[in-house]
Design a protein around this ligand. Sequence first.
Ligand code: ADP
Ligand code: ZN
Length: 750
Amino acid sequence: MPPERLVDVALPAPLFRRYTYAVPAGLDARVVAGTRVVVPLGGRRVVGIVVGDADPAREPPKGLRAIAAAPDEAPAFDATLLALGEWIADYYAVPLGLVLRAMLPAALGSADAPAPAARTTAVLALARPLETLLERERAFARSPKQRGAYELLESLGGRAPAAHLREQLGVTKAVLDGLVAKGFARWEHDVAMRDPFASRRVPPAAPHVPTPDQAAAIAALREAPPGHAVLVYGITGSGKTLVYLEFLREVVEGRGRGAIVLVPEIALTPQTVDRFRAVFGDRVAVLHSGLSDGERLDAWRALAAGERRIAVGPRSAVFAPIRDLGAIVVDEEHEQTYKQHETPRYHARDVAVVRARLAGAVCVLGSATPSLESWVNAEQGKYARLSLPARAGAGTLPAVEVVDLTRVPPSPDPLRRVLSPPLEEALAETLARGDQAILLLNRRGFAAFIQCPSCGDVATCPQCAISLTLHRGPDRLLCHYCQHVEPPRAACARCGGTTLARRGIGTQQLEQLLAERFPRARLARMDVDTTAGKWAHAEILDRVARREVDLLFGTQMIAKGLDFPDVTLVGVVDADTGINLPDFRASERCFQLLAQVAGRAGRGAKGGRVIIQTRSPGHHAVRCAVTHDYHAFVTEELAGRRFPAYPPEVRLANVVLSALSEAGAHALAEAAAAWLRDAVGRLGDAGMTVLGPAPCPVERIQARWRWHVLVKSREAGPLSRLARGFAARFPVPPRDGARAVFDRDPSSLL
Ligand code: ADP
Ligand code: ZN
């Protein structure tokens, strides 16, 4: 008897180990690296992924058990995706099984509920031709209905969904079954993709002739060596989408390979998604957050089978099972939505670069305001760089004016607290001309917080160290971190004072003020509260595109990627929101937001202007946005990240320690800092420093107290080893809700 075959399986358990199982003879052919298997673990059955054959030199484990099932016909992971999973597990210090589970659609992760079968449509296909009239009369002598069905099928090219035939002819399924029984037709089953995005009307693709800059960029991308990354730095409105589309046309049609397009958020970028669907039609699978588990699985299967060749989606689409991948496009690569905020805490842009390298694909990173990390990588020659320095169509970059709010005299008029006279006048003129305007106020709700004027107390969330925001309709105080809600307070919780002041105007209040000031303008507010439904964003944006909205206003979600030629004015109510947050990325975010929202103006022949209201006109984030000067911003910001050192000057990890008690969080943080210092000391001079512990800037979220320790490192490699050691060995006590999170390349330190 041949020796039993053993394989290593990665299981979704929080342990850094592989599990070994025996392969039953019947499953031998099917069980290869990347295969999804159901295995016993303790008293449960779990889904794992076969990593490879076990090392024959190793002693088989005691109590060896066998794989229970291998439900799929083909492996869920090809060699490249498996290697990508291993890279993520190593870099972010997460057990491989947890990484691989996160890379698959949720429906494939459960052992008990079998994955929902793909929904199929019954299709009838002609099986035997009836050439002569005589044959036909004989065959259907007593069944004119069958003859009708046969002839309709013929006229439809020999193949049609059963539902369509029945509807056209008003016949029952028995009639069609009769055709099959006589051998004239046969049943086939098409996998139906359940894709609600498919019902969106796609405008025809604008057949633009590329500008010389675009043509040069397209040519350079075609020449890009496989496995490499290219930063496409193109100003707002420079026509980056056309460059992506033409390059992908070459990849998909010219080279017959597949592609992935990552966008920050599908809901916010329906225009971009529409452009891809307009060119590639049903070769595209849109992986948006509105899909049910079953729909997501259908899309995954269609991509894995090669029925769809292009995946468009948010960060998790970087794992789409495209065979023979030729390109990955990361649109708006600077967006922080590419970073995942739960285990595995990967950054999809960085994963895209690695996947492209492993797959021999070209990775295209596009932005008008590239992240400092990508910019420096291009400067150092790790990425190639292309520039699109001018607007593509009729538009030009808009003139930007600054209103220094410290010089606007105070006024009792609440409207004045939001719109300075220059911005109000510009809005009035724009609306009077019949053009459209966009107004950014990056604060939702009615009032930012409630304060007692006598003692200064601010109403805060009982669970989080965050002030509560006043919302209207119905009136309530809401925590934006944990969704805690309470009725508005009648009196100050500290001194009992009864005249509470509302501070800081939010989008709800702005709506009221705008409606009073511009009663005839058609307003649309876009923020988290007006976009609860799956398609709410797209509906608002479609209304703007159809010119049913004169003034679109809202939070940062209106700043991204929108392309409306009739928008001739963009106003920023308060450029300083967020500029002073204790986070090394605060200035970068502020600059990106201002540059992006300013880029929404002047996209048509009419040109446009931008008015930015600020209390810090001298801040480099504001100054450089005003002059559209990305280079100046980068130079100044990079200098600021040298002392104290922050990315991209160094590699960074934010180690967050939390517990239900304040003392518990503090003690855990002290222990973690000591552990990390000790480990760094043992590594010798690895160019690493450990800072802290200190309370997190937001000290408490959802009833957990939070402390953190920062680790800075000159090199990536030693930080990987430290991360792995910490994740595997730092002891977290099993009480007080204690938790340790090693967040590598954090997007924020709050
Ligand atoms: P970006 O993403 O770089 O901000 P878009 O790709 O949205 O810019 O393009 C901006 C606008 O310019 C779009 O309306 C697009 O249709 C138009 N456009 C792009 N390329 C051309 C071209 N070669 N000729 C004319 N218009 C173009
Ligand atoms: Zn809260």
